[in-house]
Design a protein around this ligand. Structure first.
Ligand code: SF4
Length: 348
């Protein structure tokens, strides 16, 4: 049987910046016909759009959609006032499983700042949006364009990939110089009107046709403008920080087979969440090992070892640690990192 050769990438016949109107039309025409229908695209409420952007910062679209995380969050906190008034526990519980809890803390700080400093009215101007807690240039541009159709460019991972391929950019993209180059391309390509559709289309092109490993160039609506010959090698990045293996030694202690001892996380990115109490390996060397679980967090691969311990043998906790017993009913409402929630579900 003859080998099936891959379809070669079409050769660019036009330059996107020198034919910017034709580029915008090609992209918008495609998006008009093929754009996906996400829940956050059915609204222009800046609060809902900010929630979706913050949620999607480190969580995939699939995970957000599948579990209705966006809709559930808005049902619980439908507006700025509801979010601003939430307790820490309600806030963290609503974000459980999404990780990077500082995102939701900053979201609440932003809600409070808009109520207190801006009279409850969402700013439109990207530099003003950028001055709010946890809002960077991308999120400011996304809220301004998606909510208000304001002509603000956006650059995130998908757009970065498309831009680096369109302009055959062979420098590492994660340097200040490259970032500024990408933003200036995004700004030059953005139309003066219709920023909402254009930015959505640009991002979606990166999610669909211009995928990281196997881009579908022959079907791509802007292949005429795309100068790279070898898209799967772009974008270039600086070498990644290596992953570190970490051990975490925790205790499973119950009071008369009932309430479970939990520790409150302090001073870390999981501040305010509850987990099984941690001790050093030396303190737990003689305790029976109950279970082992593995999970990843940022650039760490964590092995959690869970030891059984009776209350009378409990090794002392380090100073400043808050540890309390909680009955299994109350556990449901306590904010908890997912690996601990799953471990406890097995243990109980
Ligand atoms: S899919 Fe990406 S790499 Fe391929 S033609 Fe389109 S923009 Fe260029």
């Amino acid at each position: 049987m003859p080998d099936i050769l891959p379809v070669p990438k079409p050769v660019a016949t036009r330059h996107a910046l020198r034919n910017v109107r034709a580029f915008r039309s090609a992209l918008l025409r495609w998006f008009d016909q093929c754009g996906a229908d996400y829940p956050w695209r059915r609204t222009t409420d800046p609060y809902a759009i900010l929630v979706s952007e913050v949620m999607l910062q480190q969580t995939t679209i699939g995970a957000v959609i599948q579990n209705r995380r966006f809709e559930r969050f808005l049902e619980e906190f439908p507006d700025l006032r509801a979010l601003a008034g939430a307790s820490e526990s309600e806030l963290l519980r609503s974000w459980e499983g999404l990780g990077y809890y500082n995102r939701v803390r900053n979201l609440q700080k932003t809600a409070r700042t808009i109520l207190e400093t801006h009279g409850g009215v969402f700013p439109v101007d990207p530099p003003v949006l950028e001055s709010l807690p946890g809002i960077g240039r991308y999120t400011a541009g996304a809220v301004a364009s998606f909510a208000f159709d304001h002509p603000a460019p956006i650059v995130e991972a998908n757009i970065t990939r498309v831009l680096s391929r369109l302009f055959s950019y062979r420098e590492p993209i994660d340097t200040p110089g490259s970032r500024s180059q990408l933003w200036s391309w995004a700004e030059a390509l953005l139309p003066p009107c219709n920023a909402r559709a254009f930015n959505s289309a640009f991002m979606e092109l990166g999610q669909s046709h211009c995928s990281p490993r196997s881009p579908h160039c022959p079907q791509c609506p802007v292949h005429d403008f795309c100068t790279t010959r070898d898209p799967s090698t772009l974008p270039l990045k600086k070498p990644r920080r290596p992953t570190e293996e970490v051990d975490e030694h925790v205790l499973f202690v119950r009071k008369r087979s009932g309430p479970v001892l939990l520790a409150r996380e302090e001073g870390s990115r999981r501040k305010g969440l509850w987990k099984l109490p941690e001790r050093s390996h030396d303190q737990l060397a003689d305790f029976p090992l109950l279970a082992t679980r593995r999970y990843d967090i940022t650039h760490h691969k964590v092995t959690m070892r869970i030891y059984r311990c009776s209350l009378s043998q409990l090794p002392p906790a380090s100073r400043g640690t808050t540890e309390e017993f909680h009955c299994s009913k109350a556990l449901r409402n306590l904010p908890m990192p997912s690996p601990f929630r799953k471990a406890l579900a097995d243990l109980l």
